[in-house]
Each structure stands twice: as C-alpha cells, then as structure tokens.
Design a binder for this molecule. Structure first.
Ligand SMILES: C[S@@+](CC[C@H](N)C(=O)[O-])C[C@H]1O[C@@H](n2cnc3c(N)ncnc32)[C@H](O)[C@@H]1O
Ligand SMILES: [Zn+2]
Length: 264
C-alpha cells in the first residue's frame, strides 16, 4: 500500500501502517485502515449503515452468486498463487470474501464508505481492507495482477496505473435483461438495459463473459433490499412504488457482462 500523504510505501508495524517519513495510519479494531488523505472522515460518505447492512444481508443469501462465481473463475485464470488481487469499491466485501475463500492470492479491498469497509473487515477473511477514494488509489504503480470493480464509478487512469503490465482489471455492467422482472412492477413501460460499456481510455477489452440467472425473492424484506441496491430506488414514480409494496414475491432475470481489460 502507498502513503496517501507522500506516496512512499507503507509497511505494517504493530497496530499501524507507516511510511519512511513516519506518516502513520492506525488500524481500527475491526482490522481495516483509513487511508483517505487529509482529515476527511469516510463515515459520512457513501451508503449509510442501514443500507450497507441491507446490501450485506441480501448478497449473503447468494442471489448474485453466479456473478461471484464468474469473477472468481476469471481471477483464477488471470492470476496465480500469491499474486495481489484488488477489489476496487469493495462495498461490504461479499465478492472479496467469495473469491478469497476459493483462491490463494493476496487480497486487498477498498471503498470510500467507512460503513462498508467496517462490514467488509468484520468478515474476518484473509484480506486487507482500507478506506480510500478511486480518484487516488493508495496502491503502488503496477503492483496488482488482477483487479475487479463492480457497480461503482469507473476511473480508467487510476485502474491502469495500479495494474501490472501483464495485469487485468475486470468490471461488470448490467446485461439487457438484468432485473427486468423488477422493472415490470415499477414502470408502466419497462425498458431493457442498453449494455453501454464505460469509457476505458488506455485499456483494451480482451474478453467478455455473460452471466445469466433467475432469482425469486419470497419476502418483503428481500424485495426491499434488492430495490434499495438499484438506481431505480432514486427515481421511481409513486404508483410503481405502491405496486412494489403490494408484492410478496418477485421473480426476475439477473444478467451481467463481465468485461476484462488489459493495458492498451
Ligand atoms: C453499488 S456499491 C457496489 C459495492 C460492491 N462492489 C458490490 O458490488 O457489492 C458502490 C460502492 O462504490 C463506493 N464508491 C462510490 N464512490 C467511490 C469513490 N469515489 N471511491 C471509492 N468508492 C466509492 C460506494 O461507497 C459503494 O460501496
Ligand atoms: Zn508518507
């Protein structure tokens, strides 16, 4: 990891990470470290505690396990034992934990939200979690063999900087039919996703993997948890909300495209 103040390598000393210039970052009791530069707290940034818990509980039930499987399979193909793997915007660590349980790699994960990183660290897996911003990733240049980045802002220049010359960065976009069953409830005229890929300057897509499945949610709690994880949560008309509130079960396709990039 890299010192967010001066850019030198950080090494672990007891309960803190320190650089040669003695900048020091304490390890929280849950085991993560806050590497946001300046004195900004990650507490008030990103999803609140309730949303982070709801996301964790939903993912833990395995509804998105087909995606976690596909990410893990790609990591297995594009990295080897002992390589460094980075989960960019790791959220509450579901995908990091899934892959770390299957693969012998050095896992790192970070997110801007302290609430999320705290939950990730509480998973007690063999991974190092830290609070940081994708605009300035506190990782030394070219040290990551495989990075993955799921449903979060894209920052091609930083992704390119941290991966090794023969490394990869993979991202996921929603496929055409992703959550169409939910959209049929929410909207009078539901639409398919356009599968628009992010602008990835300096990176070249070398592989695309399509992941499809169907899920059925049988409780109001799970339906709400899924809804809150989607962008529709922020712009759904009130009649759509009412229809969703009256659903006690929901079946929907899930579909993702995993895009694997190398340096151009
Ligand atoms: C939709 S969640 C996805 C989390 C995780 N990748 C997953 O799929 O479960 C998006 C995450 O991006 C994080 N995020 C948003 N902006 C960020 C930034 N500038 N730097 C780091 N993380 C950021 C949020 O805190 C949130 O945890
Ligand atoms: Zn320093």
């Amino acid at each position: 990891m890299k010192c967010p103040v001066c850019g030198q390598v950080l090494t672990r000393e007891d309960r803190a990470w320190r650089c040669m210039s003695r900048h020091s970052f304490d390890i929280a009791k849950e085991g993560y470290v806050n590497l946001l530069s300046a004195h900004r707290s990650g507490d008030k940034i990103g999803d609140n505690k309730e949303m982070a818990l709801s996301r964790r509980d939903f993912l833990n039930k395995g509804y998105y396990a087909p995606l976690a499987d596909a990410v893990t399979a790609c990591l297995r193909r594009y990295s080897s034992g002992g390589d460094t793997v980075l989960d960019i915007c790791c959220g509450e660590g579901y995908y990091t934990a899934y892959a770390a349980q299957c693969l012998d790699r050095r896992f790192y994960g970070f997110d801007l939200s302290k609430n999320m990183v705290r939950l990730a660290a509480k998973r007690r897996i063999d991974a190092r979690f830290f609070v940081a911003n994708i605009a300035s990733i506190p990782i030394m240049d070219g040290t990551v063999k495989a990075a993955f980045h799921l449903f979060a802002p894209f920052h091609a220049a930083e992704f390119r900087r941290v991966i090794a010359d023969d490394g990869v960065i993979m991202t996921a976009i929603p496929g055409r039919d992703h959550l169409y069953g939910l959209k049929e409830v929410l909207y009078d005229q539901p639409y398919r996703n356009d599968e628009k890929e992010p602008s990835a300057e300096g990176l070249t897509a070398v592989e695309r993997v399509r992941v499809r499945g169907e899920i059925t949610l049988n409780t109001r709690e799970e339906i709400n948890a899924l809804f809150r994880m989607t962008p529709y949560y922020y712009h759904t008309p009130s009649d759509g909300m009412k229809r969703l509130e009256s659903c006690s079960t929901l079946t929907t396709p899930i579909e993702f495209i995993l895009i694997i990039y190398k340096k151009a």
